[in-house]
Structure formats: C-alpha cells, structure tokens
Design a protein around this ligand. Structure first.
Ligand SMILES: [Zn+2]
Length: 94
C-alpha cells in the first residue's frame, strides 16, 4: 500500500471511530437523562418508605452494595463516606 492509500485508509478508520464515538456520546447522554428522571421518581418513594422496616433494610442493602441512598446522589456509586447517606441511614435506624 502506498502512502496515499494508507492515509485514505486511516482517514476512513478515523471517520468510523468518530461516528462510533458520537453514537456512544449520544447513548451516554440518553442514559444520564434517564438516570436523572429515575432519581427524581424514586426520591418521593424513598421518603414514603424510609421509616418502614422493609424500607430501612432496602436502603441499607443498597448502600452496602455501593450505591448512594441520599437524595442528592441517589443511585450513583459511592466510595464509602457520604455524609448525606449517613444521615439518611441514621434517620431510618432510629
Ligand atoms: Zn450519598
């Protein structure tokens, strides 16, 4: 393959990658939007159920599995030290 053929092949590859990247970015944006919508839907459900024994267990379990249970970051992964989550879990265990 001569140099201009190689360049043309690289250009094609680059276009394909750019297209794939744009598709992935659109997919990510869609998922983030859906996450936000679900987060907003679940917050009132948590507030209704966090005083019940089942609700407490579910929140604790979710937190132990590595997810925020606080309203601010609900459903996102945590690294173990969220004060908002601590407050929710302390409230429910009283
Ligand atoms: Zn949290």
């Amino acid at each position: 393959m001569n140099l201009s053929a190689q360049l043309a092949a690289m250009e094609t590859t680059l276009q394909q990658l750019t297209f794939a990247l744009q598709e992935m970015q659109a997919q990510v944006a869609k998922l983030e939007e859906e996450n936000e919508r679900l987060r907003q839907q679940i917050t009132p459900v948590i507030n209704e159920n966090k005083e019940t024994a089942g609700g407490q267990m579910a929140l604790q379990q979710l937190y132990d599995e590595g997810y925020h249970v606080c309203a601010t970051y609900f459903g996102r992964e945590h690294d173990g030290g969220c004060l908002f989550c601590m407050e929710v879990l302390q409230n429910v265990s009283r």
